[in-house]
Design a protein around this ligand. Sequence first.
Ligand code: ADP
Ligand code: ADP
Ligand code: MG
Length: 676
Amino acid sequence: MRSKIACRRASDGAVSPRETTMFNKILIANRGEIACRVIKTAKALGIATVAVYSDADADARFVKLADEAYRLGPAPATESYLRADLILDIAKHSGAQAIHPGYGFLSENEGFAAACQAAGIAFIGPPAAAIAAMGSKSAAKALMQKAGVPLVPGYHGDDQDPALLQKQADAIGYPVLIKASSGGGGKGMRIVEKTEEFAAALASCQREARASFGDDKVLIEKYLTKPRHVEIQVFADSHGGCVYLFERDCSVQRRHQKVLEEAPAPHLPQATRQAMGDAAVAAARAVGYVGAGTVEFIMDVQENGEPGKFYFMEMNTRLQVEHPVTEMITGQDLVAWQLQVAAGGKLPLAQEQLAIRGHAIEARIYAEDPDKGFLPSIGTLVHLATPPESSSVRIDTGVEQGDAISPFYDPMIAKLIVWGESREAALRQMDAALGQYQVVGPATNIAFLRRIVRHRSFAGGHVDTGLIARHHDELLPPPAAPSVRQLALLALAEALAGQQRYPAAAGWRLNGQLTRRFTFQHPQQDCEVELSHQGDGYQLRVAGHTLAASATLSGNALAAVLDGARIQASVVRHGAQRVLFAGGERLAVEFIDPYAFTETGVHGETHLKAPMPGRVVALLAAIGEKVAKGSPLLILEAMKMEHTITAPGDGVVQDFYFEAGEQVNDGDELVDFAAE
Ligand code: ADP
Ligand code: ADP
Ligand code: MG
């Protein structure tokens, strides 16, 4: 049975209720955050959802959120998310009436769209013919030329003779950009600075295009040296309605891939916005478009920094990764629009009913290591804490703490989207939200994103696609040495965590004058903190500074007072790793105990000896207890310092040779430990 929803007329602005048959159940042929995103709207509309997953995603968030889920196959996309045949079988079998392809994978595959249609299942996207028309950047440009949409000067013909291509490039004038006609995801592009370099660049571009897209056709464009990427969200229904939901500026890119996106575009005159919107609608109409699409334009920046001319670049015939910024400024749910249109309904609103309110920015949070050339960083999300979501902070994600970022797919952790009444307000929101985004496990680009958001060029809205490369050194500085405050917080957390885990060691400290020394290893330097008990609190000595402190620790949450300043921080302990989140900054160090003193004898048993004369103050394990490597076994006080003897490996405590309170000499054996 299909349920009925009311649907409003869009094309003429008059609102007249009309009955449309909405789907009862849809299948989502995608994974990760976009699968979760689609499920969210489906749930809100009372539509049941079917997920499909690969073995790598069997326990993923989107699988749990869906009402039903079916296995596709092994992790590689070619054996799972690209298996159109299996996906269609599951859709039929599960009774799904429509398939949402998300983005990537099968979303721009005209064969899949056609196969859905043939099977009587609605494809939540444009008609196969529109995908085909825009699938080739060359053919799309030819079509756009006819539709009167401005194009970047260039060559997009069928003749691919290298000599002809060279001649075309010479005529356009260098620098030129060679682009794979079937390219995407920022791949298959070569900038050529002069004629002598053209032939080699062409060959290399064709090789990559063949390997990545199975098609070595290229086009040539004038390479704009300081352009902006401004794209228009369009939406069309199957009743002739077509509107644009304004623009997004995606100029902040790394290697032609989007890093930060925002809406509206900064410093964009209303007249330009309207001209671009009209051009985008013309582009959509030219291919008989239906559904959500994005027309990407490249825009010149004039000498005075003002936006210049804009040119059609390509059309993405799907929902775009950065669609949430449009949702934030228009108050519309684009997935709900997609469902309504795919079900045969009319657009929910007419052009004149759409308006921009405030400003939104999206940051793509990736598991990648900016210090290692942005190499993807896979592994388990050991700790994950996010800023609280609200009407101005939105998080689109497919993962939760404990999940792994796998090597098989895009290593995106989340999209963080913020909204403010003004761009300045949105920037502040983004800065604060990034400062609250905590990840331990894989490396991330969070600190890098925050530096961009704080950078004067971005803050001033002076964006172009070269922004990151131009300010590379400022945006990717070497890791800063830990501050006094950070080290003090780490030492407090260490002391409190130790007391919680080994209460036996806590009591004797109350009246003690003892000092403990903590050493933290940081890429720049080893850092030492001395901590002694003073009254109810502590005295800390860090790099020549003395601080009075008190603190409590609850889980990872550290509440500290440092010289009168109250500070909330988080300290995540993972193996020897300590990650401090305080004041919006993240600091990762290794905790090392230089006094852990071990000597391995014959037969694998280990003798733990006193590193110096002193007094045993606490035994931290029971005789016969199995302990893990690094577990504290005994505390020795010597020369007013406290030293922890830790287990040299996993093993069993056979015996202690001294009681708490007894004096020991340098080199005395303290613990009889049997390593496993
Ligand atoms: P959008 O244009 O929707 O903002 P992108 O152009 O960044 O997003 O990416 C579009 C699609 O291409 C997404 O499905 C994304 O996963 C995929 N993609 C992005 N980067 C790459 C890449 N380096 N290689 C292959 N696919 C990519
Ligand atoms: P993709 O399919 O990989 O998204 P696009 O054609 O959309 O390919 O181009 C991706 C990015 O490359 C653009 O956002 C822009 O930064 C850059 N780019 C594309 N065409 C040009 C050009 N003619 N001049 C300068 N930069 C360009
Ligand atoms: Mg593009």
